[in-house]
Design a protein around this ligand. Structure first.
Ligand SMILES: [Zn+2]
Length: 321
């Protein structure tokens, strides 16, 4: 009898939800679940939630599970399995791998890396980056993260800070970010940023709007309104696309990637709305030779946990593509 296909458990820790999946070596999701992060209840509660998700999937994967990969926002020390700093979770020096190993029912390796690095690996192994040795992944969810593959390898930089694009300030007088800087890219290019922009514009009364400034205003409502031609929602999407275009312009000039993969909940939902204005910004700001052959495509992965599972298959400095 053939040996069972090896499996991995991937966990994507977000500021609002934690998604986990049992994933095959071919990238198939065999089981998945998610829980709210409830970060305001403290780090121990978040660790219990991650471990509960892993333990549920371990039962289903049985002995075929070979490891657990966790993608976390923030600055990560992957060798030590420690989250050095994650402003969106209010974490400092959290030994994430050790916390999870002490709470799970099997003795398995736990790999931790920056969420955007896990996601770009997911796209490289199983998604829209397959077969493309030079591409950039931009995850636009509640925050903005970037991951880069150059010459088929994951670029992490000297201190695992490479491509920390969400906290590049594009407007020194802009809105205060969680990190303490003003006008960071993710204060505009993120689901949260889109909602905040809409609230500011609603307060100003400068735009005709069908949206209401309610406590439960969502980025999805803004996308739907923009698709229907709402003036305020269209202005929000245009500003977001303008900033996203500037970010892609920087990547295009510095790295000359073949492809940009746009992922994250907001990024995938708003992709078609954002693309025309992003292309306009590139035409205005980047030499034709640097942008005409640049492909901009949406993520193909159904779950953010697939990328995290790839941390189990990935070896640092390995050429993936
Ligand atoms: Zn910031």
């Amino acid at each position: 009898m053939a040996a069972a296909e090896p499996l991995a458990i991937g966990v994507d820790v977000g500021a609002t939800k934690i998604a986990a999946a049992l994933v095959s070596r071919r990238g198939e999701v065999l089981a998945a679940n998610r829980y709210p992060t409830n970060r305001q209840q403290g780090t121990a509660v978040v660790m219990d939630t991650i471990a509960a998700l892993v333990n549920e999937l371990l039962v289903q994967g049985d002995t075929a599970v070979t490891g657990i990969g966790i993608g976390s926002p923030g600055w990560i020390d992957p060798e030590a399995g420690i989250v050095r700093e994650a402003v969106n979770l209010d974490w400092q020096d959290v030994p994430l791998a050790a916390h999870i190993q002490s709470r799970i029912t099997c003795d398995l390796p736990v790999y931790v890396h920056r969420d955007a690095y896990a996601e770009v690996l997911g796209e490289a192994y199983f998604g829209a980056g397959q077969g493309c040795p030079d591409f950039v992944y931009l995850g636009i969810g509640s925050g903005l993260g970037g991951g880069v593959i150059v010459n088929g390898q994951l670029v992490t930089g000297a201190d695992n800070h490479a491509s920390e694009i969400g906290h590049l300030s594009l407007d020194g007088h802009g809105r205060l970010c969680n990190c303490g800087l003003h006008g960071c890219a993710e204060t505009v290019v993120s689901g949260t940023g889109v909602v905040n922009q809409a609230r500011e514009m609603l307060d100003s009364g400068a735009y005709p709007a069908t949206l209401l400034d309610t406590a439960d205003l969502t980025s999805r409502q803004i996308i739907v309104a923009a698709e229907k031609g709402d003036g305020l929602a269209t202005a929000v999407i245009q500003k977001t696309a303008c900033w996203l275009g500037q970010i892609i312009a920087m990547y295009a000039i510095i790295l000359n990637p073949r492809r940009i993969v746009i992922g994250g909940g907001f990024g995938k939902e708003a992709f078609k709305l954002l693309l025309p204005d992003v292309r306009d910004v590139l035409r205005q700001r980047v030499l034709r030779s640097n942008q005409e052959s640049l492909e901009i495509v949406p993520s193909k992965l159904a779950s953010s946990a697939i990328g995290a599972s790839c941390l189990v298959w990935y070896t640092p400095s390995q050429t993936i593509i």
